[in-house]
Write a protein that binds this ligand. Sequence first.
Ligand code: SAM
Length: 285
Amino acid sequence: MTEELRRGAHRVGQVKEVTSLANPIVKDIKALTNKKDREQSGTFMAEGLKLVIDALELGWTIRTLVYAKAAKGKPLVEQVAAKTVARGGLVLEVSEKVLSSITRRDNPQMVVGIFDQKWARLPDLELTSDKTYVSLDRVRDPGNLGTIIRTADAAGASGVILLGECTDPFSLETVRATMGSIFAVPLVRATAEEFLAWRKGGAMELVATHLAGAADYRSVDYTKNPVVLLMGNEQSGLPDLLAKAADRLVRIPQQGRADSLNLAVATAVMLFEARRHLLVLEDDE
Ligand code: SAM
């Protein structure tokens, strides 16, 4: 990773024009498709003007703004470019060929932002009775994780906790599937042991979902304590260590031939039930 990309612009006030795929900054950005490079740089890529505007509003640190030549002069693009420069970031104006190659898409979005990753810690999570958290044991599928982050945002959950070896929430595929919610939902990573120690230290209702759960998920009182939902891995479900630590082991009743629900679907069902008492249509407020 070049020093320029890592630290942001030294050319404050300037926009750099790039048309060559061999440009070292472009190479660095393209390398962000690799987890190792994302981890080393502590950055990730998000596509789309609206996402970039939202991220800046939410206080995320932008390192580099990339936009297509065709977007030059558009007022909103000029505004985000000015903000990026004001915050010490680098602005690149690139050809569509370069943008396609960065995003690996034929019809790329006109704007791409490279942001610093952000992680919360378990002790940062507020434990008041209106809070709901989703914890995911070894989630593997980037699309599932992105969908869960988006759903957690929509349901008003306050964070997603990733337990053990999970797929990277900052991968391009996951970020795409979050549809911008990556910037709105705090993410925590922890080992199962750290999670269990945290759970012992605070008052919360730990509700684990399991195909062998004896209780109907609708029988739980989700209103008294902060709720932490615990969801299992796509293939193997929840390990005993985690299932045993739960206050409740619940199941979503099913009919038909399917053995189980997709993880993201099961998480959505649980989230909207756990927060049913807190969710109202805006017209009803
Ligand atoms: N073969 C896995 C098993 O035996 O647990 C199936 C895992 S399922 C695809 C992934 C996760 O979704 C489960 O660990 C659980 O958290 C949740 N899940 C799916 N269907 C569920 C149901 N009917 N009731 C409760 N949880 C469910």
